[in-house]
Design a protein around this ligand. Sequence first.
Ligand code: ATP
Length: 433
Amino acid sequence: MIIAIDDTDSREGMCTTYLCAALMDELKEYGNVIGSPILIRLNPTIPYKTRGNASTAFEIKTENPEKVMDHVISRVEELAELQSEMTNPGIVFIPDNDQERVKEELRNFFLKAVREVLEIEDAKNLIAELGLPSKGLKNGRGLIGALAACGAMLNPGWDYTYEYLAYRERNAWGTPREVDEESVRKADLATYPDTWDTVDCANDLVVCVPHAGDPVLFGIRGNSVDVVTKTSQMIESEPVERYMVYRTDQGTDLHLIPADRIADIRDMHSYTIEVTVATEPETIRGGHTIFSIQDEHGDEMDCAAYEPTKNFREVVRKFIPGDRVVFSGSVKNSTLNIEKMKIVSLEEQYESVNPTCTDCGKRMKSAGKGQGYRCKKCGTSADSAEIVKVGRDLETGTYEVPPCARRHLAMPLVRCQDKKKEKEGDGKIFPSR
Ligand code: ATP
């Protein structure tokens, strides 16, 4: 039987993945937990999310499905942060006999939950139509994520990575985390690029340790169970109550919808689109860099590298109108928030300079407002400035935001590099590290 749970946490505490790990342990008395649990990230623009819009699922072989379901429901009722307005748990079970029958429909639901905006009724209707055992608490919004996680579990064909999550002992929840940063940096150096987003080198930040009141101590992301486990074991920290390695859609770009034109783009979705830079980037109060992009049909929209993207903004600020770029990112308030970008071609840039003297070869000086230019030494003159081509301090190729600003679902360029090594014509890749 597949068991999927979502929406059990609040900003103050708990974490759905912790509940999943704890249940996997507790349910051993009723059967055998098989395979890796999954941690899927769904549409990153959904406003109801607590942090990263995660959902979880695992599979158990049991002779006692009724007992297992009762146990899961009562533990979620007990441990979920039900007092928080934002917490609306959902649990979905897929009995062994039903798995083949519901597989295809739930695959589609999973992909929709990653890319589209769904209603609670969409999940409730599909659960009723398929006749699946489930439990929604409060408004039951978590049924969306739980049903999506069942779809992911039943259709393992998606691209995936792994994350090792270490959890804190209960008495430490809500207190500052004790993780030795030096050991984290060493562990990271030992296994990067097979692990990523442990340390943000450019911004000198350890990014694998969260700061909220939840039970996660640290999370290590990487290519295989072995490498995330090895890296985690090198980290010195306060006592770890338990850990779990999840198979996940993190770092896969599964959320990106290819778009041909700006008119097709909607808020709360994430896209990849090739466009032309239409205006000079401007940095507004708060440090956000904003400019306009245009497609072949003449439609325009705003594009942004927000302040949290830190040093990435320095690249974006070098754009000039006419640059051709494929942008990837989520759209909110009609603005595309850049996650990564492939610069396809750069517009030629010119600047006006004082003309050179035909006799001595030195630059002439202005002869006064509206009076052209003159060489004081030779007496030569010119009416207008010279227009010269200047080199662009920017290269074509693919760039990304640093780890401290990365969306869970966004594929790090070190991963793209690996996957696309043999593909011709992909151009140069500039991983943030
Ligand atoms: P954490 O990362 O700490 O586990 P969270 O960020 O995952 O927290 P949730 O508490 O799970 O946040 O809240 C997200 C809510 O949004 C869930 O109820 C989930 O069912 C719902 N949801 C997920 N994907 C979609 C979607 N595509 N459309 C509408 N609702 C969605």
